[in-house]
Design a protein. Structure first.
Length: 248
């Protein structure tokens, strides 16, 4: 019974941990950050934006405007979001007129949400601009603040960095093997020196191979000559032994 209870407890704990991990990941991917907050005459503005996205994904920008005075009339409030193509060229991603010719009620907070897509060739920090024009009892005000907002991950650079780390690890391993084999570091100069030594050994080997071939040819000729000589001597002895005797 105690064993079953322990197994059940472990199982429930694992499920809770997995759920917590998934919840944390979801929070991180959808995390909103305050990217702008400012108090103006009669108006307070706060802008939140998605913390980070990948190229080609959507970012969410939420704007809250709080009216802190009587007689506030907004002529216009425009939100423009810019990205940087290849991290360099500034391009317009979206421009939205949030408010146009609207009176604001005192102590009232209004929220506006804007969904902006970042194209696949845009990365690094996006850039937002607010164009605000309003009046308080016929006193005009105009502001054009700008601020950084959502970060678009440079996944291409991250992949290159990953490949570089892998190549660097491979180089370190090769360098270690190189040191163990030749007692020297892996470098262009040492490789050139080893290549030179290799070719010298190759030339010496070729020369020795030629000399060995000559020795083999000489040995074969000597063997043939010895066989011929033995055969000739044997033939001569035979002929001498077979020569008829003369009787006087």
């Amino acid at each position: 019974m105690n064993k079953n209870k322990a197994i059940t407890t472990i199982f429930i704990t694992v499920i809770l941990v997995l759920a917590l991990v998934q919840f944390t990941n979801a929070q991180t991917s959808d995390e909103m950050l305050i990217v702008f907050s400012k108090d103006y005459a009669g108006i307070s503005i706060q802008v939140n934006a998605t913390r980070e996205i990948n190229p080609g994904e959507n970012m969410t920008i939420s704007l809250w405007i709080n009216c802190t005075a009587d007689g506030v009339d907004v002529n216009y409030l425009i939100l423009s979001v810019y990205g940087f193509r290849y991290g360099q060229e500034k391009i317009l991603l979206n421009s939205t007129s949030l408010i146009e010719s609207v009176p604001l009620a005192f102590n009232n907070i209004s929220q506006y949400n804007c969904i902006v897509n970042a194209s696949n060739d845009v990365w690094d920090a996006t850039y937002s601009e607010l164009h605000l024009k309003y009046s308080i009892r016929d006193s005009p005000f105009e502001y054009n603040p700008s601020f950084s907002s959502t970060i678009v991950r440079n996944v291409y650079l991250e992949e290159l960095e990953k490949m570089f780390r892998s190549l660097n690890l491979t180089y370190w391993q090769l360098n270690q093997s190189f040191w163990e084999s030749f007692n020297m570091n892996l470098s262009a100069e040492n490789l050139a020196q080893l290549n030179k030594t290799y070719w010298e050994y190759q030339q010496n080997y070729t020369s020795l191979q030629g000399t060995l071939n000559e020795l083999n040819n000489t040995r074969q000729a000597a063997v043939a000559l010895a066989i011929t000589t033995v055969f000739f001597v044997a033939t001569t002895v035979y002929l001498v032994m077979r020569k008829p005797k003369q009787y006087w």
